[in-house]
Design a protein around this ligand. Structure first.
Ligand code: KIV
Length: 279
């Protein structure tokens, strides 16, 4: 990833949750796959991200790792898997590497997360620091709001990004940050920046697959773009299937397993014998 920033080349990240989508994304050339805790909302049906557990995240990280090919897999550490102490953070990050076969982890960096970033980095685990809107602490931020809109909060974002780079983060992900501020952050850093709603000046652009594919229709963030309407297409396909079942059009002959005529004849004879010639 460092080479992309050095050479001024853009790359993409996509939040994905399962093996087939990871395979398709990797084949499409997406360089980095984030198994985001957005899983909680987009797949597991929770109203926010706080309820998803380490075990649930691991289950999906394993699936994505199996399909990722040469794309980088970043495992998102869920709420309370790293905030309690740097030691807990290292042990849980280690599970995502050892059991999940992730290439890196990401943590949401609220206040004073530098010791945690440093502990994970010092354990030899590549780490992405997530700043700006950090949904796991949305309650403290007053909701899912754009961050860094005042001079003081913008300066804090720049200082935090530098601190996390110095603590060992190999990339800084910014969520919902004004494009001008994200540019200042990017210019201040040697490591690449990843944008989820932080404008065009970041080295990497990230989106959530359910938004891109039109699978999550509760809402579409302003920063996102829909490239397909799969929920509509799936709905149409399933209505057609249901209509075929109730009308007796499914299964058709080509969907049925057949038997050679001689087996059928022999079966008829044997059944006849079993019944002692009785009808
Ligand atoms: O969970 C996720 O997909 C994320 C991105 C929105 C940054 O954390």
């Amino acid at each position: 990833m460092a080479a992309y920033k050095r050479d001024g080349r853009k790359f993409a990240m996509l939040s994905v949750y399962d093996c087939p989508t990871a395979r398709i994304a990797a084949a499409a050339g997406i360089e980095t796959l984030l198994v985001g805790d957005s899983l909680a909302m987009t797949v597991l049906g929770h109203p926010d991200t706080v309820s998803v557990t380490t075990e649930e995240m691991l289950h999906h990280v394993k699936a994505v790792s199996r399909g990722a090919g040469t794309s980088m897999v970043v495992a998102d550490m869920p709420f309370l898997s790293y905030q309690t102490s740097p030691r807990d953070a290292v042990l849980n990050a280690g599970r995502f590497m050892k059991e999940g076969r992730a290439d890196a982890v990401k943590i949401e960096c609220g206040r004073n997360a530098a010791p945690t970033v440093a502990a994970i980095h010092d354990a030899g685990i590549p780490i992405v620091a997530h700043i700006g809107l950090t949904p796991q602490s949305a309650g403290q931020l007053g909701g899912l709001k754009v961050q860094g809109k005042t001079v003081d909060t913008a300066l804090k974002l720049i200082d935090d990004a530098r601190a996390y780079q110095d603590a060992g983060a190999f990339a800084i992900l910014m969520e919902c940050v004004p494009a001008e501020i994200a540019r200042l952050v990017s210019d201040a850093l040697d490591v690449p920046t990843i944008s989820y709603g932080a404008g065009p000046h970041c080295d990497c652009q990230g989106l959530v697959s359910s938004d891109v594919l039109g699978l999550f229709d509760a809402f579409l963030p302003k920063f996102s773009r829909r490239y397909a309407e799969l929920a509509t297409d799936i709905g149409k396909a399933l209505s057609s299937y249901h209509a075929d079942v109730v009308a007796g059009r499914f299964p058709a002959t080509e969907n049925c397993y057949g038997l050679p005529a001689d087996i059928l004849e022999e079966l008829a004879v044997r059944l006849d014998e079993r019944n002692g010639g009785r009808q």
